[in-house]
Each structure stands twice: as C-alpha cells, then as structure tokens.
Ligand binder design. Structure first.
Ligand code: C2E
Ligand code: MG
Ligand code: MG
Ligand code: MG
Length: 279
C-alpha cells in the first residue's frame, strides 16, 4: 500500500512539475515571439515638481498581447529576468528611450524632459553594461543628463564594489541614477552614502498610508530629510490624493508621481499632457 501511495504522489508531483514547466516554456516562447513581433510598448508616467510642471516621465513596459490585450510587467518581468530574456528586452527599452530623447532634443517644450528607465539586476550585472549605455548615448547623440536609470535596493546589497565602479563610470558622463522603491529593501545608510545617486524614490507603500499610519508618516518625513541632507532629489511614487501631495510638499518632497498627477499613458497622451502643463 505504501508503495502505491508513493507512486500516486510521484505521478501527482510529476504532473504538477510538467504543467508548470509547460506553462513556463509557453510564456517563454510567447515572450520571444512578442519581442520579434514588436508587441511591447512603453507607457509614460509623468513626474511633476511642486509648481505642477512636468519634469520627466518614468517608462513602464506593457505587452500588447494579440489575444489578452494589454499585459502589465508584473506578469512577465520576473520571468524575463529568470530566463535572461530581460537582456534583449532591456536593450529594446533603452533603444526606444534614447530614440525618443533624440526626437525631443530640438523641441523647446520637450528638450528638458528627462526619461527614467527601470534597470533589472541581471541587466546591470552584464559586464558590458557601461559600454552599452555609453554607446547608446553616443549613437543617438543625446544629452546623458536626460537619461535616468532606476535601480532597486536588491541590486545594492550584492557586490557594492562592482556597483559603485559602474555607477561612477556612467555618472562621470552625466547619466543619473535613482533608487527605486526606497524603504522596502535592506540597503544601509553607509551604502547610500557611497553611491552616486541623484534621486530617492519613496515607495508607494509608505505614501498610500502616510496620512493614516504614524509609522509611515515618520518614515516618509525621515526619508525626505535624509535625501535632502545628502543632496538628493526626493520623489514620491504612488501619490493618489491631493491631501497626500500637500503633506509631501509641506514636508519638503520636491517631485511627485502617481495616479493623482497622471497614470502611465501612451506616448501621444503624454505629449498632450506636457503641452497642457508646461506650455
Ligand atoms: P516601479 O518601477 O516601482 O513602477 C511603479 C509602478 O507603480 C508601476 O506599475 C505604476 O503603474 C504603478 N503606479 C504608479 N503610480 C501609482 C499610483 O498612484 N497608485 C498605484 N496603485 N500604482 C501606481 P507597473 O507599470 O505595473 O510596473 C510594475 C513594475 O514593473 C515596476 O515597478 C518595475 O519594477 C517593473 N517594470 C516596469 N517596466 C519595466 C522595464 O522596462 N524594465 C524592467 N526591468 N522593469 C520594469
Ligand atoms: Mg521604477
Ligand atoms: Mg518604484
Ligand atoms: Mg514599485
């Protein structure tokens, strides 16, 4: 009997594993096809200063799936990271970004707009990452200052040596770095001090209850003060209400991103948005 039970268990497990693997490899081949067939799009989420002017946008990837419609990054970025597909995908994002910056460079209303790109851990760890970014800037003839690379704390806790070296090399050429989802990871203050960051992005989880949770309020105030004292810009992500925006501004936060200001939107809508706010 025992042998029979373990046989059944074995087949159940085998079935689970096979289904899982089949689903994964299906997603994998779908993603590869999507890249070939140009089904990815970048949405632009506006970033505004305290005077309500658009100073830039964060680029957020979406998959325009022929059957499923618009698919968010939550459903494929981790997978792309695990399979290495994030490398060509990330290159595509960077190419698009640089081409857009080039396109805007002689339009008065747009030439000061900065674009922020999310860089995955695996992408940043590529030995050729620095050279690739510098070549991109050169090839498109763009001002490096317009390009902002968003890193997360996960990246920071490993191999500070390599990280600092790469960041410094790019910062020397004018590229800017921001620390995304700040407060959710485990980076220490000594890490923060050593890295050439120009911006801290306070994670949405603190912003959403900043007015109702005393701990979040303290954390937000502290992060703003910390950023200021280190000479960094502090931006709040996930600002959804005017009351949150006011609290943040009153406490010295200088940039805002969130549904209150604008949802991630297609390029054409973002251009209209900029015209409406900055003209
Ligand atoms: P993230 O970089 O922290 O991006 C912010 C996320 O918060 C975005 O989700 C955005 O749509 C959402 N968001 C912005 N404002 C609000 C708000 O007021 N309320 C709420 N509830 N949400 C808000 P999204 O677009 O689903 O992206 C999720 C994550 O996927 C991003 O988090 C980023 O880590 C990753 N991602 C997106 N695009 C790329 C990419 O091109 N490359 C890589 N490596 N990762 C990407
Ligand atoms: Mg981000
Ligand atoms: Mg974020
Ligand atoms: Mg986030």
């Amino acid at each position: 009997v025992q042998g029979g039970v373990s046989m059944v268990l074995f087949f159940v497990l085998l079935h689970i594993l096979q289904t899982d693997t089949a689903e994964r490899s299906e997603l994998d081949s779908d993603l590869r096809a999507a890249l070939r067939e140009r089904q990815f799009v970048l949405y632009y989420q506006p970033q505004l200063n305290a005077a309500n002017r658009v100073i830039g946008a964060e680029l957020l990837i979406r998959w325009q799936h022929p059957q499923r419609g618009l698919v968010g990054p939550g459903e494929f970025i981790d997978h792309a990271e695990n399979t290495g597909l994030i490398i060509p995908l990330g290159q595509w994002v960077l190419e698009q970004t640089a081409a857009q910056l080039r396109h805007w460079s002689d339009e008065p209303l747009f030439r000061d707009i900065g674009l922020a790109v999310n860089i995955s851990q695996k992408q940043f760890r590529q030995p050729g990452f620095v050279a690739e970014i510098l070549a991109l800037i050169e090839r498109h003839g763009i001002a490096a200052q317009r390009l902002e690379l968003e890193l997360t704390e996960t990246l920071i806790v490993h191999d500070m040596e390599d990280l600092t070296r790469k960041m410094n090399a790019l910062v020397e050429h004018g590229v800017r770095f921001s620390l995304d989802d700040f407060g959710t990871g485990f980076s220490s203050l000594s890490h923060l001090k050593r890295l050439p960051l120009s911006k801290l992005k306070i994670d949405r989880s603190f912003i959403c209850d900043v007015l109702t949770d005393a701990n979040s309020e303290t954390i937000v105030r502290t992060v703003i003060a910390l950023g200021q004292s280190m000479g960094m810009t502090v931006i709040a992500e996930g600002v959804e209400t005017e009351a949150q925006r006011r609290f943040l501004a009153d406490n010295g936060c200088s940039q805002f991103q969130g549904y209150l200001l604008g949802r991630p939107m297609p390029l054409a809508d973002f251009c209209t948005f900029v015209q409406r706010h900055n003209a």
